[in-house]
Write a protein that binds this ligand. Structure first.
Ligand code: SAM
Length: 188
């Protein structure tokens, strides 16, 4: 798994963003934030080789759905192989910026959780603004946007998101913040 990750970092360092996949400590910290006491619609942005996806899917109830948006075609092929027999999981070889249209194609207007591994820090400003706007648009009042980031810069996007909870994962390369946002009152 890590060999594939390393190959894709070398092929496209800016798009992949980090040099190794998230650690099991980080995937545990993010996945435990999702509550599957009832069916949920989950969107994952930038799943890479699927370390968070596997943890989330393991916890998902039988009526929940997960849509994963990944740009890298080798990661997509690897993910499709892993989840080929799980009808709850849809792997999309699409840009995260296309999320609203793609969800609409599946008859979904809003989702309950958006889990994002996108390296927002290195995404150019215009694309970042578009992405964050799409994420906020896809959320309802109870939705949560869960993301792991080296900085807490996303807390500045208070017109879109309100910080609900934050923790630090030191046992990851690099050590990272886990940020959980609600949709901002102003964006509802
Ligand atoms: C930092 S890696 C995280 C991978 C994995 N989630 C993890 O934690 O190990 C970021 C991933 O986002 C993907 N990515 C970057 N920009 C994207 C975009 N606009 N739409 C979809 N995927 C994107 C990259 O190809 C890469 O797989």
């Amino acid at each position: 798994m890590s060999l594939l990750f390393f190959k894709r970092v070398l092929a496209n360092p800016l798009q992949v963003g980090y040099i190794v996949p998230s650690s099991p400590f980080l995937t545990r910290q993010t996945s435990r934030r999702l509550d599957f006491s009832k069916p949920r619609v989950v969107v994952e942005l930038g799943p890479g080789e699927g370390c968070h996806t596997r943890k989330i899917v393991k916890r998902m109830d039988k009526n929940s759905r997960l849509f994963a948006f990944e740009l890298d075609e080798e990661f997509v092929a690897h993910l499709r192989k892993q989840f080929a027999h799980d009808p709850r999981v849809t792997i999309l070889h699409r840009n995260a910026t296309e999320m609203p249209d793609v969800l609409a194609e599946h008859g979904i207007t809003h989702c309950d959780y958006i889990v994002s591994g996108l390296p927002f820090l290195v995404i150019p400003e215009e694309a970042r603004g578009k992405l964050l706007g799409s994420i906020s648009d896809a959320m309802h009042e109870e939705s949560r946007f869960i993301t792991y980031q080296v900085t807490t810069q996303l807390c500045d996007e208070s017109h879109l998101f309100e910080l609900h909870d934050k923790e630090y994962c030191a046992l990851n390369v690099p050590p990272i913040n886990v940020l959980e946002f609600k949709k901002a009152q102003a964006a509802r």
